[in-house]
Design a binder for this molecule. Structure first.
Ligand SMILES: [Zn+2]
Length: 257
């Protein structure tokens, strides 16, 4: 019933506990997780995890924080992996622009645009990472006429900005940020947006829940994030859970459990 649209289960902190973790997810009715890649060296690991666990799906892409190891031939490899993808590969990501990444913005933009072209060619949605670069990302998405949408992961910001992305076919990832009492703007935004535009995510092992800073996050925390969202919304828990499930399946073209 529940899904985590964004978790990095290929990161080393999970390597010895994946069997137990997927068992625990199953027992909590967390039936699908999406593992976005961050760089070329993570493409094989995410594919392996997805082939081993029925509830794991993956995306391939190059994250703006991981551009120091980027080589232009990575784009050709990405293109050919997507051409030969199986049904476990459901998006291109995570990709985008980040004001705080060490690589300069010109290089970030070039790699982002090249990946958008590849997503367009393969008719895939993207998993977007965008930090303090919302205006620029919106301009690029429009210039490139990118029309497969995707999810703006770990969205935080105003309702106006959220609506700009929704118009371009994006859903907004709701994560642990809403559990922090002082993130008033994002909590208000998520209380007001149409339910059809929201997806749940943990961003595990990053983005710990409120009062769990210093611990690593896991996809099991999708449940407390859901509980927190129910306190911000008018809909019943059942309505919320059903629509969130449908949103995830629609944007990534997944088949039902
Ligand atoms: Zn991520």
């Amino acid at each position: 019933m529940f899904t985590d649209s964004h978790c990095h289960l290929d990161f080393p902190c999970f390597s010895h506990e994946l069997d137990d973790l997927f068992e625990a997810l199953k027992s909590k009715e967390i039936t699908k997780v999406v593992i976005p890649a961050t760089q070329a060296s993570s493409w094989e690991p995410v594919q392996k995890i997805a082939s081993r666990y029925p509830s794991a799906f993956y995306a391939l892409g190059i994250h703006p924080h991981f551009l120091t190891s980027f080589k232009s031939q990575d784009l050709e490899t990405l293109n050919s992996l997507l051409k030969n993808r199986n049904n476990k590969c459901i998006a291109l990501g995570e990709i985008g622009l980040d004001k705080f990444a060490t690589t300069n913005l010109q290089q970030q933009e070039w790699v982002f645009i090249e990946q958008l072209k590849i997503a367009q060619q393969h008719q895939l949605p993207i998993i977007l990472h965008c930090v303090k670069m919302q205006g620029r990302v919106l301009t690029i998405l429009k210039q490139q006429k990118f029309n497969y949408g995707g999810v703006y992961h770990a969205f935080s910001g105003s309702i106006e900005i959220a609506n700009e992305f929704i118009k371009l076919g994006f859903k907004l990832g709701v994560g642990a940020v809403i559990t922090y009492p002082n993130s008033t703007k994002t909590r208000t935004t998520f209380s007001l947006l149409p339910l059809e535009s929201l997806l749940l995510e943990t961003d595990a092992p990053d983005m710990p829940l409120y009062q769990q800073q210093g611990k690593y996050n896991t996809p099991l925390n999708i449940l407390p994030i859901f509980e927190c969202l129910t306190t911000l919304r008018q809909e019943s828990k059942t309505q919320l859970a059903t629509q969130l499930y449908n949103n995830m399946h629609k944007i990534f073209a997944l088949s039902d459990d």
